[in-house]
Design a protein around this ligand. Structure first.
Ligand code: CTP
Length: 409
């Protein structure tokens, strides 16, 4: 049996990047031999094992044939006769289809090293089409390596377009898609992920609500970049530049979906887009079974981001409603994430990336003022039940009025 390091570990070592996960491929072995050596099988159907000590993944060299639609539609053929080259040819990208033995001798039959140097994401063979998730993977790698100058090879983009148009993407499970989407959003250049998906027609299939934003104009006074799709990508880029967490990045991507619904004769204004967008945000959230914290923040940011921008002009009563909607008393972190998303929205505009956002500190100050109302004295005065609730609100409103007066010049 011969054992090789494969995939991302080889690619990232050659790129001089830190290697975290190592995948191994085993040539010339049977399942029985692996079990006899103490390897633990991973799944019933996959010829993949975990090393008894390191826990790293060891896969028997295999060929894969697609026998139907979706992820279930695979049959595997693993046997000691399958060669390393046969295993590598079914992989997604040439840069992911290199293997290395324990002496760091490279096996690179599909010229991954050449493509690394040429900064090209290129598919290995037509077998690429056997897993439609690869459309998302390539877009994710494009986002990750954009800073290094990588682009998608034209023939690979063409194949991704074919896959997107074939209806295959619809067969992906929400879980697999979300895993790719969330990882891509956390890359340094998440906007490239969206751009690549758009360029191959996958965005229209996966998130038509985002795709619809391209070509929709906004008022140039607030949005020198004009196009809503371009704005959305800039907001996402700002979120990555400012190292925002996934929740904020997801909210940034979806915050303006309502603008895609504005009738053309109302352009470039988008009256009530915040509210109109909510059903679209909900639909995207549900489509990918997005984690609850991301879902919630996206909906709140969608509904209230313009409140954030107008924070300094809001009446104390509106400010209180905003703070109550966020339940800032029990969920302080979520309000901070809302403020961050608003700030990214303000900065994601052409030429305005560096401008200050005084609304952020103003909102924080307002939250502190509202939180400063102590409940204990009200209990001591005998308030309880709904009356107590009303009294707390009245006190908070007083605190916000005082805050607004103290901060206005
Ligand atoms: N692979 C593939 N098609 C997929 C998933 C994986 O061809 N849909 C192959 C690629 O050769 C890939 C390897 O399996 O390099 C390991 O996959 P994975 O661990 O998911 O990705 P990595 O390439 O290691 O990348 P990352 O750094 O994102 O984990």
């Amino acid at each position: 049996m011969r054992i090789y390091k494969v995939g991302g570990a080889v690619r990232d070592r050659l790129l001089g990047k830190p290697v975290t996960d190592i995948d191994w491929v085993v040539v010339g072995a049977t399942t029985e031999e692996m079990l006899a050596k103490g390897f633990r099988p991973v799944g019933a159907d996959f010829p993949v094992f975990l090393h008894p000590k390191s826990g790293e993944e060891y896969a028997l060299a295999r060929t894969e044939r697609k026998s139907g639609r979706g992820y279930g539609g695979f049959t595997f053929h693993a046997s000691p006769e399958v060669t390393l080259e046969e295993d590598l040819i079914r992989r997604d990208l040439t840069i992911n289809a290199m293997a290395e033995d324990d002496q760091q001798n490279l096996t690179d039959p599909y010229h991954g090293q050449r493509d690394l140097e040429a900064r090209l994401l290129r598919h290995v063979s037509p077998a690429f089409a056997e897993d439609p998730l690869r459309v998302l993977r390539v877009a994710r790698f494009a986002a990750r390596y954009a800073t290094l100058g990588f682009t998608v090879a034209p023939e690979t983009l063409a194949l991704m377009r074919q896959l997107s148009e074939s209806g295959e993407l619809e067969a992906l499970t929400p879980e697999r898609s979300w895993k790719e989407i969330s990882r891509a959003l956390l890359e340094d250049q998440p906007q490239v992920f969206v751009e690549v998906l758009r360029a191959c027609g996958a965005l229209k299939v996966l998130m038509p609500e985002v795709d619809a934003l391209f070509g929709v104009p906004q008022p140039p006074a607030h949005h020198p970049e004009i196009d809503t799709g371009v704005h959305t990508l800039s907001v996402l880029q700002q979120a990555a530049l400012h190292k925002q967490p996934l929740t904020v990045r997801w909210a940034c991507l979806l915050h303006d979906l309502g603008k895609g619904l504005t009738p053309e004769d109302e352009w470039p204004r988008h009256i009530a887009h915040e509210f109109k967008g909510l059903k679209l945000i909900k639909a995207v959230n549900e489509r990918f079974k997005v984690p609850r914290d991301c879902q919630e923040l996206a909906l709140l940011v969608g509904e209230y981001h313009t409140h954030g921008h107008r924070a300094l002009e809001l009446k104390p009563s509106t400010l209180l409603e905003l703070l109550q909607s966020f339940d800032i008393y029990r969920r302080p972190q979520r309000f901070e994430e809302f403020i961050a998303a608003c700030e990214m929205d303000a900065r994601g505009r052409k030429g305005l990336e560096e401008r200050s956002y005084p609304q952020a500190d103003y909102l924080r100050g307002a939250a502190t003022a509202a939180r400063s109302v102590a409940v204990q004295p009200l209990l001591e005065k005998g308030f309880k039940g709904p009356e107590l609730g009303e009294e707390i609100k009245r006190e908070r409103l007083k605190a916000l009025k005082a805050y607004k007066e103290a901060t206005s010049v």
